[in-house]
Design a protein around this ligand. Structure first.
Ligand code: FAD
Length: 240
């Protein structure tokens, strides 16, 4: 065996360089990054985030009335506490701002690459590394490698329309709570909902807050807002 295989050129107690890629900058990715930087010496960290901002769920979900559904003082990092939440169940934009303030406080920005989507990841047994493909914006793709790949991609970031026959030919307005058109037209479409009947199809979203938030804009005068659900545990409040 050549001497170089027996003796490296570093001190025995020097931490080996380790390249870590975290995918996602929501609650999970941000917390993971904070702890990694605090505890792993000689780490080379990158956080790839597909959205144009941090906060994950709380960056992308912007429907009227959005809020957490457990008390805010519980829904935060134990080591980075906010004590002036504006309400017991804080609105979504405030939670996003809180997460962004954690990114500021723990100086994570240099590690975060926004609008970078992981599109492919293959582990090489030969090199012991992850070979990654990243798409930046709409155009460029490039390769990266990592010793450790941590997916913090969330359960709700890959939303899709339900598979309902005729959905694509429905002529009314169709909105998905995870892709609300909050910033398109300053609520113009909401005005057009007046005197219209709204139907809500839900799987898991805390839809009560959506209707609370929409109530000023959606007329209930012609009867009701009908809510259809496919989960038995959510049926109790299915007609509001
Ligand atoms: C309205 C609402 C209310 C909620 N209330 C509560 C509550 O009260 N309590 C509670 O515990 N939970 C609640 N949740 C659940 C909430 O999603 C989680 O608590 C938490 O925010 C999930 O964080 P995360 O980092 O795991 O995932 P996310 O917040 O989904 O973040 C994942 C990130 O990964 C990114 N990503 C995904 N794929 C890729 C890719 N291929 N490349 C690059 N980036 C990628 C996404 O863009 C996203 O930013 C609620 C969710 C909603 C929508």
């Amino acid at each position: 065996m050549p001497p170089s295989a027996l003796f490296g050129d570093s001190a025995i107690d020097a931490a080996r360089p380790i390249r870590v890629v975290v995918v996602g900058a929501g609650f999970s990715g941000i917390t993971t990054a904070i702890r990694l930087l605090q505890r792993v010496p000689n780490i080379k960290l990158t956080i790839y985030e597909a959205y144009a901002g941090v906060g994950g769920t709380w960056f992308s979900n912007k429907y009227p009335g959005i809020a957490c559904d457990i008390p805010s003082h519980c829904y935060q990092l134990s080591f980075f506490q906010k004590t002036d939440w504006s309400s017991f169940y804080a609105p979504g934009h405030e939670i996003q701002a809180y997460l962004q303030s954690a990114v500021d406080a723990y100086k994570l920005w240099p590690y975060i690459k926004l609008e970078h989507r992981l599109t492919n990841a293959i582990y090489s047994e030969e090199t012991g590394k992850w070979n990654l493909t990243i798409q930046y914006g709409n155009a460029e793709q490039f390769d990266d490698t990592a010793d450790i790949l941590i997916t913090a991609m969330g359960a709700l970031s890959r939303w899709k329309w339900p598979d309902i026959k005729g959905l694509d030919s429905f002529t009314g307005k169709i909105m998905h709570s995870a892709n609300w058109e909050a910033d398109k037209g300053e609520g113009a479409w909401e005005d057009s909902w007046k005197d219209k009947r709204a139907f809500c199809l839900r799987a898991k979203a805390p839809i009560a807050s959506l209707w609370r938030g929409s109530a000023p804009n959606v007329s209930l005068s012609n009867g009701c807002v009908d809510t259809f659900t496919c989960s038995p545990s959510l049926r109790a409040s299915s007609h509001q």
